[in-house]
Design a protein around this ligand. Structure first.
Ligand SMILES: Cc1cc2nc3c(=O)[nH]c(=O)nc-3n(C[C@H](O)[C@H](O)[C@H](O)COP(=O)(O)OP(=O)(O)OC[C@H]3O[C@@H](n4cnc5c(N)ncnc54)[C@H](O)[C@@H]3O)c2cc1C
Ligand code: HEM
Length: 398
């Protein structure tokens, strides 16, 4: 795919990228968002402010440079990027913009070290990676469009119902304005809303929180302090509001237990609003008879969403067992445990052989702890699954 010279020039920059990668991507975002307002609407400002967006891109660029002579080693990382791009509606015409800004950032941050030869090699490498992503993203768009109820780009949905799930989480039931059928989805996937908030276009992802196969899509949104879209949805999207919605995407999905392990338990561990995709998984899996441990951590009962529904599912299905853990319970609260979801608590909830499918989602410290707990308790690494409500982050640091 690449000449030996391109490979050696790109690989030669790996040590530099290791030290300067984040400076390059931070500069890259500044260049791109200042000079190309047409792509600004795709990028979440909060993720730039926290640095998570730049770190995710720097990580991908670094991994790509390090593996340029054996790109198959990257195959595990690409599906998430492809799904994220497809969810947000990234198009082929956006790639040259990103490419030009990335090369300019590499040149300006590295200075004289970035010779014309190095920049040319990076240009060639970027084009190859972009070509792979563009082709894979087109596959997703085509598949979404061709399935029953499918579509490409934005489709108009009406807010048909609003329901408070806790003091902070509100469910919105979305029905297509055209009255047509709905594309199916796999529990764990999410929608992207394209909204105009205060005259500016913004995009946000929201997990589907109900089972597939309903005549609506349900999303459940936590009101974030200072958050633009979540507050707009809570305060300014009454029943009847029309929203532009991109098709369901995402590779964090509930996988059926393998044929030889049909009874393998499903463990869903969530913190706060991380409960949303787990609700969809629980709704779908409860009637199958598969053993399910649904473990949810909340600060207290006031912010514990979906408790009544999970209790009802546990009452109706003997295979479902719920465990609620509050770290700052109120007087009237009745959690099963107080404090955090510790390794000891998980050790008791999991079967002794640890042969479970372990899904988790919550705030970053919670995720770091669940990842470490899952591994140290002996859950097989390939049976551990997680999602981030933002750019991918490193969990191994814990
Ligand atoms: C795959 C996926 C699924 C998701 N599913 C759900 C879900 O089911 N439910 C849900 O509620 N959320 C979900 N999210 C999160 C959701 O997409 C939004 O990120 C969330 O609603 C916050 O958006 P916002 O516009 O309200 O907040 P933002 O405006 O993006 O702000 C978020 C936080 O950052 C702070 N902030 C904003 N801008 C800056 C700045 N420039 N400098 C410093 N701080 C800043 C804000 O004060 C706020 O605290 C999901 C995200 C992903 C990626
Ligand atoms: C070869 C080129 C590209 C690479 C290697 C790349 C890589 C990445 C990576 C690693 C992520 C983080 C995924 C995650 O959260 O796990 C990401 C997210 C994203 N990418 Fe790209 N990308 C490329 C091109 C583009 C282009 C052309 C656009 C066009 C607008 C784009 C827009 C986005 C957006 C909006 C996000 C989400 C950011 C967020 O959540 O804040 N990317 N990309």
């Amino acid at each position: 795919m690449f000449t030996d010279r391109t490979i050696s020039l790109v690989k030669a920059t790996v040590p530099l990228l290791q030290t300067q990668g984040e400076a390059i991507t931070t500069h890259f975002y500044r260049l791109m968002l200042t000079n190309h307002p047409e792509v600004k609407a795709f990028f979440n400002e909060a993720h730039q402010a926290s640095g998570t967006q730049a770190r995710a891109l720097a990580g991908a660029v670094l991994a790509f440079a390090a593996h340029i002579d054996r790109l198959e080693a990257l195959s595990g990382a690409l599906p998430r990027i492809i799904q994220k791009h497809a969810a947000l509606g990234v198009l082929p015409e956006h790639y040259p913009i990103v490419g030009r800004c990335l090369l300019q950032a590499i040149r300006e941050v590295l200075g004289e070290v970035a010779t014309d030869d190095i920049i040319a090699a990076w240009g060639e490498a970027y084009q190859a990676l972009a070509g792979m992503l563009i082709a894979a993203e087109e596959e997703v768009y085509r598949a979404n469009e061709q399935q029953p109820g499918g579509w490409r780009g934005a489709r108009r949905f009406r807010v048909a119902r609003r329901e408070a799930e806790s003091e902070l989480i509100l469910s919105l039931y979305l029905e297509p304005e055209d009255g047509g059928p709905l594309l199916g989805f796999t529990p764990g996937q999410y929608l992207t809303l394209v909204l105009n908030v205060d005259g500016e276009t913004v995009r946000r992802n929201y997990s589907l929180s109900d089972a597939p196969g309903k005549p609506w899509y349900r999303i459940s949104v936590k009101q974030e302090q200072g958050g633009r879209v979540s507050n707009w949805l809570h305060a300014q999207a009454p029943v009847g509001t029309v929203l532009e919605v991109l098709p369901p995407c995402g590779d964090f999905v509930l996988k059926p237990a393998p044929a030889q392990a049909q009874g393998r338990p499903l463990v869903l561990v969530t913190g706060g609003v991380g409960i949303t995709p787990a609700m969809s998984m629980l709704e779908a899996a409860a009637p199958t008879g598969r053993p399910i441990r649904f473990i949810h951590a909340a600060r207290h009962g006031g912010v514990h969403a979906f408790r009544a529904r999970v209790d009802a599912l546990a009452a109706a299905h003997a295979n479902v067992e719920a465990l609620y853990v509050y770290d700052t319970p109120r007087d009237a609260d009745r959690p099963h445990a107080t404090g955090f979801v510790t390794k000891e608590l998980l050790a008791q909830a999991l079967p002794a052989d640890r042969d479970v499918d372990f899904y988790f989602l919550g705030p970053k410290p919670f995720m770091q702890a669940m990842y470490a707990n899952g591994l140290t308790l002996g859950v097989p690494a390939q049976q551990i699954h997680y999602e981030f409500f933002g750019p991918l982050e490193e969990l191994r640091a814990a």
